[in-house]
Design a binder for this molecule. Sequence first.
Ligand code: HEM
Length: 323
Amino acid sequence: MYWRILLMLATAAAAPLRAEDRPAQAGDFIEVFQGLFGEHKGERKGHAKGVCAVGSFTGSAEAARMFSAPLFSGTRWPAQIRFSMAGGDPAVADNARSPRGLAAQFELGDGRVHNIATLSTPVFGAATPESFLGLLRASLPGPDGRPNADRVAAYRAAHPDTLPQFRWLQQNPPPWSYASAQYFGLHTFHFATADGERAVRWRLQPRDGVRGLTDEERGAAPRDFLAARLGERVARGQVLFDWIVTLGQPGDSESDPSLAWPDGRTELVAGTLSVTAVGGDACTGLNFDPNVLSEGIRPGDDPILKMRSPAYAISFGKRLGGR
Ligand code: HEM
């Protein structure tokens, strides 16, 4: 028996875990992004293409009554904002069938900040970091320089959590403008209340309405139009997004952003984000780490959300260092 245990230990030590069998590490994502999108020194390793903007957020009276977080007190908090295209290619075409991003850093005074970094899809592309990493690895180009569609399809079939976002992107056209997309927080957060806290999810709803590119517009679209279209829109007046909070019910998932909560949950308008200027590079040196939150708001127990901080930190360090 004793010898058998020793033999087992020796075999385990001699056979290190294969990369795909060990828990995903933040550095794995940075590596696979480079494999997928190439090396782009000094750029964000995800959401490489984007445009800075500035504006502010003001909480609603209803949110101030319900939640104790200063973010929702009704004070107008200045915001640094960035709109972006998903992926690590700084030259990706603006009509791509991929998520758009809206990140913001709200400045609550005395050095306090609150970050959000959202996507235009109502669900995320996988339930866990391991599943997401596996999907990205399955999508890597083969020796012929092209991704293997069969391998990706087989991976998706074996990992059904990767299907809802994929299907949504197939069924919904890319946004006509950064100002005409909804942006979803996707993860569950806990908002403090007078007598405890509420599990919530939330999205930013464009006052301009949701508008996608028609097939014709998509075909005729130039490579770059989103930043200019947003600039033209803001030149005519502020762009507003209502921050819609959905109140969770017992049993709603707080760990899986690939699953939407059931319909019929109570919603409230918790405030309004205003975008007042576009351009400049004030957002370039910011890391919109979505776990940097302000008083009265804490993250849900979500492994994808937890993975984001170390991945963003590596990307941030690299790009600041010109790598
Ligand atoms: C394990 C999952 C994820 C990984 C590994 C990942 C990785 C990254 C990385 C490396 C960056 C670049 C950060 C920088 O250089 O500042 C980035 C940016 C971004 N990510 Fe993620 N991400 C993940 C999930 C998500 C999710 C769930 C969302 C939305 C809810 C999201 C939205 C964004 C946005 C909007 C940006 C651009 C931020 C900016 O404009 O600076 N990501 N991501």
